[in-house]
Design a protein around this ligand. Sequence first.
Ligand SMILES: Cc1ncc(COP(=O)(O)O)c(C=O)c1O
Length: 383
Amino acid sequence: MIDPDELLMIPGPTTLSSRVRSAMARPQQSHVAPEFYEMFKESLELSRYLFGDRSGYQFIITGSGTIGMEASAVSLLEPGDNVLSIETGYFGHRFSTLAEIHGAKVDAIVTPLGERVNQEIVEKKLKQGKFKVLLFTHVDTSTSVMNDVSALTRIAKDNGVISVCDSVCGVGGARLVFDELGTDIVLTGSQKAIAAPPGATLLALSTHALDVMEKRKTPIASYYMNLLRWKPVMDDPKIYLTTPAVQVMLGLHEALLEIKEEGIENRWTRHERIGQAFRAGIEALGLKVLPKENSTASTVTTFYVPQGTNAGEIQETLRSQFGIHIARGFGDWKDTMLRVGHFGNTSATDIIALLGSLELALAKSSKIAPGKAVEKAMPLLER
Ligand SMILES: Cc1ncc(COP(=O)(O)O)c(C=O)c1O
């Protein structure tokens, strides 16, 4: 069991505040009690604030981020629809797979490792005129690569294509204003930059996205993931569809309140500052950050470990000696890369603690002399 004094800095879930933990520790309550639906209604309003959404529709559904992805895919797509899917890592590929499972013909653009998608290639493809939907990931947690949501949405709009953004690793940490962007669907999960427990997916839908779902020729081939079935519940949370994960919803509500209290602009700025300081610290050690300079994210960072060292061993030293939990590289990169989630409640102090501990852990197995990372990061963390 993780000790409350230990730092959970994997790319989600992340450390919960004591307020969120206390909210979840309340006695079990009824999901049809007035207190629950009042709380849920308020969460939907807070989620509007989080997404910067005044014009669209908010959904909060029990289930992980993948439920949000699949609900978007199955509710929008009809068999034979053409989809352009951008794969900047594992989660982009997951979106392609989901679309295919639901009968779409998927054309995938797989970006070179560590690079966001080239917008000209997307534009050229969409100009062909055959695509109904563009799927893309905001920040792909497997690579830490961030795409330009604004540019991709604009290209989709210019070509009459519905845009769907998986921002599981973005919303709440990386700058995103749904109304300004005009993306048709943005979805996220509760366990990353929102700093709530895993178990809820949050979506913002444009009126256009809902309209497309309502005008489908074929029925939506899912009960649970049919967003049209959830719409009345979001309009009136007194309506029963399925039993929500009450405790998760209590934690999420508290986390959303904390976001409102911090202020979303302040939160984005904090994430930018700590992300930049963390990357600068890593680079000061002579280590390479995987994403190219224009593709880095404020929420997560993937970086290479020094040659001759093993990522798993460094990860284990951090855990056993310093009480800090980070993740290894994804899949094939598990021995050569490390991944850090610096989002949600991550503070400047946490970044210094991690960089200092990392330097000491690296000094055991490489020629790296401790001190440089913290020295480089500290001034960047000052307000
Ligand atoms: C970018 C991205 N998309 C989707 C998912 C899937 O979310 P979940 O694991 O909550 O189903 C994740 C999970 O890490 C993710 O990072």
